[in-house]
Design a protein around this ligand. Sequence first.
Ligand SMILES: C[S@@+](CC[C@H](N)C(=O)[O-])C[C@H]1O[C@@H](n2cnc3c(N)ncnc32)[C@H](O)[C@@H]1O
Length: 382
Amino acid sequence: MAADAAVPEERRRPPLAVRLRLWRNRQIARPGFRRLISRLPLLRRIADRNAAALFGLMSGFVHSQILLAGVRLGLYQALLARPADTASLARQLGLTATRMRLLLGINADLGLTIEVAPDLWTLDDAGVVLASDQGLSAMVRHHDLLYRDLLEPDRLLKGTAGETALGRYWAYARNAEPGLLSPEAVADYSTLMRESQAMMAACLLDAHDFGRHRRLMDVGGGEGAFLIAAGRRHPGLGLHLFDLPAVADRATGRLDAAGLAARASVTGGDFARDRLPGEADCVTLIRILCDHDDARVAAILANLHRSLAPGTRLVVAEAMRGTDAGARLSSAYFGLYFLAMGAGRCRSPGEIADCLVAAGFRDIRPVPSPNRLIAGIVTAVR
Ligand SMILES: C[S@@+](CC[C@H](N)C(=O)[O-])C[C@H]1O[C@@H](n2cnc3c(N)ncnc32)[C@H](O)[C@@H]1O
């Protein structure tokens, strides 16, 4: 060890794994090597797959815009209702037949539409999911803000991009007094959160049995979409929602309209500062911690710890970093998303656990998530 430390860093030999990786990289960089691989049947399949994945990365923005065009023009909704031919779809969407054929063709290339008989079109699997989940279309539509902010990703990374559209949209993100936000400032993001809650709720309700609790408080619960889903799944569960005052007002209306007024109560306040009601035996934080930098996460969790009764179960569910394909896709997306938003980051279950330990929570466990693309889940006990 001592001898190694005496060798200047640039002359130290890298470990074998690093040397192998560098050798491999040098080979892949050589056009001759790639030509050789393309002639060997087994390796060729791997090379083709990698080339397709690289092209997918390069063209991802175009794919997103195909999706945006389909959502805005109402293509997926039109085909969800019934199969159609090019001419009738063209009339319905207000396109020429030529452009309609183009739109149908490029959507078919992406697995969104399918020509089931000569010039008879319907939705392919991914198109059906997109058309039947309102939240996905809402997310696609709000990407126009994100993509504007991402036009110069290098400036975002250097911190020279200035104010961003997403920063304005998520009005609480960098706000020292979020409790004072107006009804107008919270309206758009609250609608998006309600519309995009269905998949998250299904994922979390399958992962954790909320039926064993007496009273559930959803902290930062938005307009109550998760509480409504939980209340329907577990008719005996008492419900409480905590959010900023302007959002809490919206939640009251939604919970009433869902017929849950008698079972549900709502409190408005700042979850990083104000004492939270302590009657719940289960508390959820859904898509909350990821929105905030470490210092505010520490303040939120410390405030929760102060407010909740010992023994209360805490359930954290949000996009989390991980090694499986779903978690990696989600963390790459949210990595840049939170940068554009100006606050927050995508943490691993281990990092969430560290935050919980630091705030005084115990018995911290990652819970297997039915869908890591949607959420990682960590539970703890106050
Ligand atoms: C990303 S949204 C998630 C909403 C909901 N949990 C869901 O998954 O649909 C974050 C929520 O936290 C609320 N929030 C943000 N800062 C807050 C604060 N300081 N105190 C209380 N709620 C806050 C927002 O109003 C918003 O409803």
